[in-house]
Design a protein around this ligand. Structure first.
Ligand code: DX5
Ligand code: ZN
Length: 218
């Protein structure tokens, strides 16, 4: 029986005019986390939303928040995203001047710490930190926008982290983010992914339940 993969739909692809209802709707369809894509217009060439929007969803989401901070110098805002429903806060390796300090900041706030690398960043940069990381987020698109095409060069990175996890017994979850849907979920799973972020493939399709089940491998 194939491994059931966890799914974390990205609200960047939801209907912002009806965000609460859209979130409540996908929560009824067997998702595991809610992916909160925070963009500052500086680290990435787009602006999405801040912690106030995430907090407005506390009454609608029945699954934990998987926060993806695509922002410069994330230490400034980590505390704003800490709620009783926040499971992960993920920062970008490329945006941190002292990653060890940032990881400690997230852990001291009682939240699991994730680190993400952009497509152009080599996976080895995280090696010195892996024992202190709870989630590795491999970007399979250039961060900044939903609806982009999956980049195959993310696959060897996923396998790299899966191999290290097996060899050294690290505890991090491996998550992939960008351009993943029912058609290519099996490819990233084969590479070693444990959590799949999916924005358009969930929020922008007719049958959301079928898409979620297909991506999870149910
Ligand atoms: C891109 C974001 C992704 C994106 C995923 O910067 O980090 O989470 O919203 O959207 P899809 O699944 O549509 O590529
Ligand atoms: Zn994301």
């Amino acid at each position: 029986m194939a491994e059931i993969t966890r799914i974390s739909p990205s609200i960047l692809a939801a209907d912002f005019a009806r965000l609460g209802e859209d979130v409540a709707d996908v929560c009824k369809r067997g998702i595991d986390y809610l992916h909160i894509d925070v963009m500052d217009g500086a680290f990435v060439p787009n602006i999405s939303f801040g912690s106030a929007v995430m907090k407005s969803l506390l009454g609608y989401s029945t699954v934990p928040f998987d926060v993806h901070l695509m922002i410069e110098d994330p230490d400034r805002y980590i505390d704003d995203f800490v709620t009783e429903n926040t499971e992960f806060i993920t920062v970008h390796y490329e945006a941190c001047s002292d990653l060890r300090h940032t990881l400690k900041h997230i852990h001291d706030a009682g939240v699991k710490a994730g680190v993400s690398i952009k497509p152009g960043t080599s996976p080895g940069v995280l090696e010195p930190y892996l024992k202190d990381i709870d989630l590795v987020l491999v970007m399979s698109v250039e961060p900044g926008f939903g609806g982009q095409k999956f980049m195959d060069n993310s696959l060897p990175k996923i396998s790299y982290y899966a191999d290290l996890k097996k060899e050294y017994g690290f505890n991090y979850l491996i998550e992939v983010d960008g351009g993943v849907g029912a058609k290519n979920a099996h490819i990233v799973k084969k590479a070693g992914v444990e959590v799949i972020v999916a924005g358009s493939a969930v929020f922008k399709v007719e049958d959301r339940s079928a898409a979620i089940a297909a991506i999870k491998g149910l």
